[in-house]
Design a protein around this ligand. Sequence first.
Ligand SMILES: [Zn+2]
Length: 120
Amino acid sequence: MQCNPVCSLCSQAQETALHLILQCPYAEVWARGSAWSNGLIQVPDQETGIEEWWNKFLNNLSKNERRLKAVVLMYVAWNLWKERNRRVFEGRSMEPMQVLQEIKAEMILRKLACGSPELF
Ligand SMILES: [Zn+2]
């Protein structure tokens, strides 16, 4: 089975983890989520690697702040990946604002089930 090496979100670049999660124009979800999360979601800045980004954004935070921010970063990255898979495997797509709504809904469900994170 041959894979399409081009990003299914923007069709403008090679599909890599770095591109999909941080550099793709579709990843405007980060910018849209910034205001909603009171700055907890920050727009990635010219990152050169996933690990660098992860460490930079979680560095110098208290344990609780780091846990909360890590949850948010994972939800955004996970939902960008899910949108990629929705397009590749289901032939359906969502707008970035809809993906942000999915992120909010998942976080609310998690809070109801586990009692955290306290984002709202
Ligand atoms: Zn892309």
